[in-house]
Design a protein around this ligand. Structure first.
Ligand code: GRF
Length: 223
């Protein structure tokens, strides 16, 4: 089966991007990471992508100012030139217009560092600690025009420990982001490649060989 051509959009260090690239290198993974686009020339993830042999592009958003549509026209041209079928936002710090989001409806994913619908927006770990929640986590969802909303494809929950700081909590959550994002991408790519049939429900209790993450976190669906 042809692998689904996927682009990853980043603004920064690109650890989720790197997790997607690593997962997609496995034989049989249903998506190919064919392009990484950063909206900042200094995004650290660009070097990681280039090292992995992935085509990269920079479309600086800053020069476009408030003209989001003009920025997105260039972005769209890059995606089309590479024959991209699926887009993963991975720390992409730019709000997209409804028109762009609708163009990629059902084919654009995002990862958010909280258990949506709790804590949309920024500073999620600090806000989770302030709220005193005992469980925190991350979410992969389909992108819809409203920011940090849309159908949830996967979540992982981690405990909040008594001495956590935003940084220690962020690190625990990030480790799970790197588990659920590739799993959610694989599921959606497989679904798209097979004509859009609903993926079979997975058993969250299924023990996963070689997945130590499952022992430290509740991951749904199990990767
Ligand atoms: C991640 O925590 C992701 O959930 C959020 O932005 C951060 C990006 O980190 N959207 P990285 O660039 O993938 O390392």
């Amino acid at each position: 089966m042809a692998r689904v051509k996927t682009a990853v959009l980043i603004s920064g260090r690109g650890s989720n991007m790197a997790a997607l690239i690593a997962a997609a290198a496995a034989p049989g993974f249903p998506a190919e990471i064919a392009l990484v686009i950063a909206n900042k020339a200094g995004a650290g993830g660009l070097a990681l992508a280039a090292e992995a042999g992935i085509r990269t592009a920079v479309v600086e958003s800053r020069p476009f100012g408030k003209d989001r549509a003009a920025f997105e026209a260039v972005l769209q041209a890059e995606l089309e030139a590479a024959g991209i079928e699926l887009v993963c936002l991975a720390g992409f710090m730019r709000v997209l217009t409804p028109a762009f989001v609708e163009r990629w409806q059902g084919r654009m994913l995002n990862i958010h560092p909280a258990l949506l619908p709790a804590f949309p927006g920024l500073d999620t770990h600090e806000r989770a600690l302030d709220a005193g929640v005992k469980i925190h986590g991350c979410t992969v969802h389909l992108v819809v025009p409203e920011v940090d909303s849309g159908p949830i494809l996967a979540q992982a929950a981690v405990p909040v420990l008594p001495n956590d700081t935003p940084d220690t909590l962020a690190a625990r959550v990030l480790a799970q982001e790197h588990v659920i994002y590739p799993a959610a991408l694989a599921r959606l790519a497989r679904d798209l490649a097979s004509g859009g049939a609903d993926p079979a429900p997975s058993d969250p209790a299924r023990p996963e060989a070689g997945q130590p993450a499952a022992a430290q976190a509740l991951v749904v669906p199990a990767p």
